[in-house]
Design a protein around this ligand. Sequence first.
Ligand code: T3D
Length: 259
Amino acid sequence: MRDFETIIVGVGDGIGRLTLNRPDSLNALNEKMTADIQTALKELSADRDVRCVAITGSGRAFSAGQDLKEISPAKSFADSLRKRYNPIIRLITGMEKPVVALVNGVAAGAGMSLVLSCDYRIMSSSAKLIQAFVRIGLVPDSGSTYFLPRFVGYAKAFELAALGDEISSEEALRLGLVNRVFPDSKYAAESEKILVRFANGPTKAYSTIKKMLRHSAVYSLEQTLEYEAYMQEISGRTEDAREATKAFVEKRPPVFKGK
Ligand code: T3D
């Protein structure tokens, strides 16, 4: 994978790793970084050796959101979201492999939206989430108003978005905003085990699960039952499904190839 100015990208053992790398500004998202993230996500998506993608931040933060030193009244917020942020959220949610957020430190504003758009979220115990938009008189963007009420319900979503208070890792876990929290001392090793598990799993099934869960958010039970039947027909014919059924009969663990 090539070098980028604002992020570090690496691939190994089936895992694509994207690290936001402007630690002096808590990995604030400037124009160059959002462009770099888009390019990297497209490349990781197309790379057949990558079966799981992890996104994290360098230094003490995940990301402090939009670079406030680049905000100016002269620019269009809508254009910025349409060109810079919304494509990133679409690339993550549409990626045909699991995308895991490793929340190593504070994730604020669009940084928190980026976390919410991932399929699985792991947080270190000292990290915080902040719907920081309202603190500067803005409203949530980059998918936060889609994900928040679906994860925590309207009442809590309104509170988090309108008050913009820090959400501790304990509260994030209790609310269902993240999947796992590990003490800072164990966070790296425990996260790695989960990434390895995704990278060795049935990638096509993961991708289909992503599509099905998004589909079910807008369709009726009847339509969902039919979609499940359709998707199971496809899933049942993958190499991984055949291998896992054979492995069960042979009383051995399956070897998934992501095919
Ligand atoms: O244009 C559009 O598309 C609009 C889109 C908007 C989406 C958004 O994300 S809006 C929300 C933007 N983010 C924020 O409002 C959060 C701003 N940051 C903070 O509130 C705090 O930094 C934190 C709560 C995240 C962390 O606080 P703390 O005390 O741990 O760190 P700090 O001292 O505030 O920051 C450390 C450095 O990072 C500092 O730089 P310095 O003074 O040492 O040179 C600070 O300026 C810099 N920094 C932190 N956040 C940002 C930032 N620089 C630029 N942009 C930031 N967002």
